[in-house]
Design a protein around this ligand. Structure first.
Ligand SMILES: Nc1ncnc2c1ncn2[C@@H]1O[C@H](COP(=O)(O)OP(=O)(O)OP(=O)(O)O)[C@@H](O)[C@H]1O
Length: 247
């Protein structure tokens, strides 16, 4: 297969921080509609890989192809515009605004905070907000200030704020950290549902959750791919066992 056959094709990606290679000659291919989970010990380079893909960090060398676009040459803003959405570990929602307003603000049309506040809500936006709020379990909380939501609900709202932009590739950094067991279960259901028509890359430490959602798992270690495949395959890989048991 050629790099263009994948939604995301990362090849030979390296980033050096003062000579230390946090990501070292990494190659990674993500298919259409796939949920890929990236696992690996602390410091393996997982977050740095997402930072490189979304343009927050610039690579030292290598290529990141998203469909036919070379992301290493694009700004963070251009990458979002091209259809790549990224959720960071801590929710960045507007706590004083309602759930509805947070989703409305994220509706793509390049409106800023003030534009959105004075903007006359058209039916299109209302319908979209309604549909997204249902998919993130917040349809009955649209008038609630986001600051009053539970931690898990805030995470869902942020996923919704990305979904309303309809990205082809969605990247999530530890989406269930700090969530209750019930919230984790609902998040797994949510992720499986929203993958229809898009690809998702998730960094996860919770192995049970990773197993539940992953089509394929990539194990990173020292900035390189240590193992890749089904959860069962990587869990039984002696190289992975050794790294996790720390021999
Ligand atoms: N901007 C930076 N400058 C210098 N070193 C960095 C920078 N960003 C990351 N690193 C280093 O690169 C390595 C990989 O970090 P990264 O956060 O990507 O790992 P991770 O796999 O996400 O770890 P964790 O599971 O702990 O979040 C670490 O040793 C980190 O200290």
């Amino acid at each position: 297969m050629k790099a263009n056959d994948f939604v995301l094709a990362v090849e030979g990606l390296t980033v050096s921080f003062d000579g230390f290679k946090a990501v070292n000659d990494l190659s990674l291919y993500v298919d259409e509609g796939e949920i890929r989970v990236i696992i690996g010990p602390n410091g393996a380079g997982k977050t740095t890989v997402l930072d490189l893909i979304c343009g927050r960090t610039k690579s030292t060398s290598g290529s990141i192809k998203f469909r036919d676009k070379e992301l290493t040459k694009m700004s963070e803003h251009q990458i979002v515009h091209a259809g790549v959405g990224r959720k960071f570990q801590n929710p960045s929602i507007y706590e004083d605004l309602t759930v509805f307003e947070n989703l409305e603000l994220s509706y793509p049309k390049g409106r800023g905070v003030f534009g959105a506040l004075f903007f006359k809500r058209d039916q299109d936006v209302i319908n979209q907000v309604q549909a997204i709020s249902e998919s993130i379990f917040l349809e009955n909380l649209l008038d609630k200030p986001a600051g009053l939501l539970s931690h898990g609900q805030k995470q869902w709202l942020e996923i919704g704020m990305l979904l309303i932009q309809d990205p082809d590739l969605l990247m999530l950094d530890e989406p269930v950290a700090g969530m209750s067991v019930a919230e984790r279960r609902k998040t797994a259901e949510l992720l499986k549902r929203i993958t229809k028509g898009r690809s998702v890359v998730v960094i996860e430490h919770d192995m049970q959750f990773a197993e539940e959602i992953a089509d394929r798992v990539t194990v990173l270690h020292q900035g390189k791919v240590l193992s890749e495949g089904s959860m069962e395959r990587v869990q039984n890989d002696p190289k992975v066992i050794e790294v996790y048991l720390g021999h």
